[in-house]
Ligand binder design. Structure first.
Ligand code: HEC
Ligand code: HEC
Ligand code: HEC
Length: 437
């Protein structure tokens, strides 16, 4: 009896292991002779360039100071560091010998040409929404780039997390297969926006919180905001903290120009997103705005928005710099640029009482902006804000943030501010890496 039980258990274990192995197994796809550059039509390559921008391929596949798309950009995760790979057409160290089918499989299924599973920091769980025509254009673009010799670097992760076959288990748990299909009952414009936002532009990769295994949380948690690389990407659903509700026009302006008078600027990683989307035509950005206007319950009521902006600007102006250390710091370090005496704020002088950085659940973005400023390449083109990392200490930054929170929002105080400031100051800045590109 006992013997039979052991045998039954053994059978179950063996079947399980074999099952997982079968599931994990992906064949290598045959290498090809690198195609001639001239075999790709110029219009297709141009379309691919536009799409590569909107997928931020360069952001992740270019190391600071390195050749574009040669990989080697370090991505720190809770499980260790993973370096992006070389996606130039070098035959040995890049994707020069990848067929279009191998490229498509990588984007759709997270599997390399040799059959190895890729880690989900590569956002294939969004890229699987990209349609065949767009993948064809991306392939044409990458196969016509300047080849770079740059071998892949092994992930720095503890065993067994570094075992690629185990990624099959992760996929089983979290990967939802399937290309984007239009959602009926919504306009063609809305569907175009959803296609771009959920696929190539993977907005939710930063704007949705992740679970303990690094997978984006779904359903009610989608787009409820998350901290990425030390910045806070605010919720893009109805819980968005902007004091004046977003409208479709404001969303469009923010994505197109990186700044709006009623909501402030796109800094940090969001500045790279705005640059990336830059080559998309207006109607595509309008479509993305329409899609998020729906998600965020945006209201197109310019008169109400203007009245609210007026009221918030007036109450920010009335916040007296008496007594409080944060108030005095604001008066000396910030007010010269951030004080709006007119009833309507100017885009170049963001009114902090209107900014999600001050009203959000998490202070990271406000602290980053105070420490590192906003570069000329972020927010409004050619306009910058200086950083205060060298002139203000942790306690000073913390008291300034606390005072802004108290006088310009109706939200509870942020806990542990000095500690958060110290941690963000110590972390490597993403903007330093971007500046090199
Ligand atoms: C958020 C960062 C990120 C973005 C954005 C990104 N990638 Fe990647 N990509 C990675 C990382 C990291 C890897 C390596 C994963 C691994 O080693 O398992 C990778 C791997 C790949 C691979 C497999 C290459 C190989 O040698 O195995 C291809 C192909 C690829 N990316 C293409 C693209 C394209 C095309 C885009 C833009 C549409 C893009 N990636 C955008 C991070 C990114
Ligand atoms: C790589 C991470 C990342 C991706 C991808 C990303 N965002 Fe963001 N987003 C951020 C961060 C960080 C902020 C905060 C920037 C700031 O306040 O300066 C932000 C801010 C925003 C805001 C302003 C919200 C507010 O209330 O102030 C909007 C709107 C927005 N993103 C929309 C989008 C859309 C639409 C996409 C996809 C097309 C997208 N984001 C993709 C990181 C990202
Ligand atoms: C020399 C002028 C100047 C000073 C001084 C200055 N700022 Fe700014 N600030 C700007 C400009 C300009 C922008 C918009 C940046 C852009 O478009 O590149 C900005 C943007 C911001 C934003 C919006 C960021 C976002 O993501 O929307 C915040 C928050 C902010 N500043 C806070 C402060 C605080 C707090 C101080 C004082 C410690 C300060 N600023 C001092 C000019 C300044």
């Amino acid at each position: 009896m006992f013997k039979r039980l052991v045998i039954a258990l053994l059978v179950i274990v063996v079947v399980g292991v074999v099952g997982l192995a079968v599931l994990a197994y992906r064949p290598a796809l045959d290498p090809i002779t690198p195609p001639a550059r001239t075999s790709f039509a110029a219009e297709l390559v141009a379309k691919g360039e536009m799409l590569a921008g909107a997928g931020y391929c360069a952001t992740c596949h270019t190391a600071p100071g390195g050749q574009r798309y040669a990989g080697g950009y370090a991505m720190t995760t809770g499980f260790g560091t993973i370096w992006s790979t070389n996606i130039t057409p070098d035959p040995q160290t890049g994707i020069g010998r990848w067929s279009e089918a191998a490229f498509r499989r990588a984007l759709r299924e997270g599997v390399a040409r040799d059959g190895a599973h890729l880690f989900p920091v590569f956002p294939y769980q969004h890229f699987n929404q990209i349609d065949d025509a767009d993948i064809k254009a991306l392939y044409a673009y990458f196969m016509t780039r300047e080849p770079a010799v740059a071998p892949a670097r092994k992930p720095d992760m503890a065993f067994p997390l570094n075992v690629r076959a185990l990624q099959a288990g992760w996929k089983l748990l979290y990967f939802r297969d399937g290309a984007y299909g239009p959602v009926s009952g919504n306009s063609a414009q809305w569907n175009r926006g959803a296609y771009l936002a959920e696929g190539l532009a993977h907005c939710s990769a930063c704007h949705s919180p992740r679970n303990a295994l690094g997978a984006e949380q779904l359903d009610a948690h989608r787009y409820t905001g998350a901290v990425v690389d030390g910045w806070y990407a605010p919720p893009l659903d109805r819980s968005n903290p902007a004091p004046v509700r977003w409208s479709e026009d404001e969303l469009y302006a923010y994505l197109r120009h990186g700044a709006t008078p009623l909501h402030g600027v796109a800094a940090g990683a969001m500045a790279e997103v705005v640059h990336g989307l830059g080559k998309l035509p207006d109607e595509d950005l309008r479509a993305i705005a329409v899609y998020f206007a729906g998600r965020a319950g945006a209201v197109d009521d310019a008169a109400t928005a203007a009245a609210l902006a007026r009221a918030l600007t007036a109450s920010a102006q009335a916040a007296q710099p008496a007594g409080d250390a944060g108030a005095r710091l604001f008066a000396s370090a910030c007010a010269s640029c951030h004080y709006n005496s007119a009833p309507q704020p100017l885009t170049e002088r963001p009114e902090l009482g209107l900014n999600s950085a001050v009203t959000a659940a998490d202070p990271s973005t406000l602290i980053q902006v105070i420490l590192h400023g906003v570069g000329v390449d972020a927010g409004l083109p050619g306009v910058m804000m200086p950083g205060f990392a060298h002139s203000l200490g942790d306690e000073e930054v913390a008291s300034l943030a606390a005072w802004l929170r108290r006088t310009r929002s109706d939200q509870p105080p942020w806990p542990d501010l000095p500690r958060t400031v110290a941690a963000l100051r110590a972390a490597p800045t993403r903007s330093a890496a971007t500046a090199q590109r």
